[in-house]
Design a protein around this ligand. Structure first.
Ligand SMILES: Cc1cc2nc3c(=O)[nH]c(=O)nc-3n(C[C@H](O)[C@H](O)[C@H](O)COP(=O)(O)OP(=O)(O)OC[C@H]3O[C@@H](n4cnc5c(N)ncnc54)[C@H](O)[C@@H]3O)c2cc1C
Length: 330
């Protein structure tokens, strides 16, 4: 079995390393584990020899045409089996065009890596892929499991934020992770030039009051009605240094202002306590609150995904819970 390299393209935003890069490394380790498992069955040889994290310097990634051109020779030199980028505005801007230039497979918005033998779909005669990927479709309503037709080619993945956690990864893989900086030369002139950019979500969220709150009481569609936000506010008032927040549907319906949205397209928060009521736990919401120190969630569905991320999970109607909570606070 040939050994493989996984290439992680580190993402920088305004000169700072974007935390998505940690998640890319966690995902690379996840892929490594799957190939190691397979290799053990066949030869006992490690299948992934290196996870290479690169930072391409001297080029603004937002000048995506130039950035893509600079990446092509670097990638050809490294010749990885997988390339991982964030499913962020930067990653999305670059991934599809880069995969065309490389003639490689491209799967965007990956939120889970799957060993085909663990799922029925992988046993299909048609499946040539030795590893499968899950991604959201239909505006996040369903998960699709996809594989590649030509696994011998490079596979470029963009990884959905909030899906992989570096703290869950085994230290045993630290020795195969390397970091390198690249200063590309002779980048083709682009026919497109960047005049100005404004990351609306980023600039707004850094100013959000949510970032200062010690306790965040957040509601999702399960709260049922705009009027019920008042109960949420009463509950938040039971804590000092608290703020009210919501999942995106509440903001889309105009029940709360955008500044109070938590998630990948809203605020990224890490309060002492995050209390989530009537929130299902989509990866887009989790991406915004997973670093909270303590998470309590209330949902009437015992299988709600948010329970997988919670320190305390309460199966209950959220309005009954809020009422009981308020009534019992002296
Ligand atoms: C590109 C993109 C970006 C996105 N960005 C964000 C983002 O930044 N933030 C975000 O939040 N979402 C975002 N989303 C939307 C996301 O995919 C989900 O649709 C959204 O998070 C779901 O919100 P929800 O949990 O409130 O609603 P739902 O998924 O409808 O869940 C409602 C939950 O309430 C529970 N419930 C219902 N009634 C009760 C009751 N009486 N008591 C207790 N529980 C009850 C249900 O069991 C369910 O789990 C984005 C989607 C896309 C495609």
């Amino acid at each position: 079995m040939n050994t493989k390299t996984i290439l992680v393209i580190a993402e920088y935003l305004d000169g700072k390393l974007n935390p998505i890069t940690d998640e890319l490394i966690a995902c690379a380790i996840e892929i490594t584990k799957i190939f190691d498992l397979k290799a053990k069955d066949i030869s006992g040889v490690k299948a992934i020899s290196e996870i290479k994290v690169i930072h391409v310097k001297g080029i603004n990634p937002l000048e995506s045409e130039k950035y893509k051109s600079s990446l092509v020779p670097i990638i050809r030199e490294i010749n990885p089996s997988f390339i991982l980028m964030g499913h962020t505005s930067q990653g999305i801007d670059v991934a599809s065009g880069l995969s065309v230039r490389l003639g490689c497979n491209c799967i965007t918005g990956v939120n889970k890596i799957i060993y085909p033998e663990y799922v029925d779909v992988g046993k299909s005669e048609d499946s040539k892929s030795n590893i499968l990927f899950s991604r959201l479709v239909f505006k996040g309503k369903c998960n699709a499991i996809v594989g590649v037709e030509k696994p011998e080619n490079i596979t470029l993945l963009t990884i959905q934020s909030g899906s992989f956690y570096i703290k869950d990864c085994c230290k045993e893989y630290n020795n195969i992770i390397s970091n390198e900086e690249y200063y590309p030369s002779n980048v083709d002139d682009s026919t497109i030039s960047l005049i100005e950019y404004g990351d609306i979500a980023y600039s707004r969220t850094t100013k959000s009051k949510l970032n200062e709150a010690k306790v965040i009481v957040a509601a999702g569609r399960g709260i049922g009605d705009k009027e019920n936000i008042e109960y949420l506010k009463k509950m938040a008032a039971c804590f000092t240094g608290s703020a009210v927040a919501g999942s995106r549907p509440l903001i889309d319906m105009g029940w709360l202002p955008y500044e109070q949205q938590v998630g990948i397209t809203g605020a990224i928060v890490s309060p002492e306590l995050y209390l989530a009521v009537g929130i299902s736990g989509s990866s887009q919401h989790i991406a915004g609150m997973k670093d909270s120190k303590f998470i309590v969630s209330v949902n009437k569905d015992p299988n709600a995904a948010i329970f997988n991320f919670s320190d305390i999970s309460i199966v209950e109607d959220c309005l009954s819970f809020i009422q009981a909570f308020i009534d019992n606070i002296p």
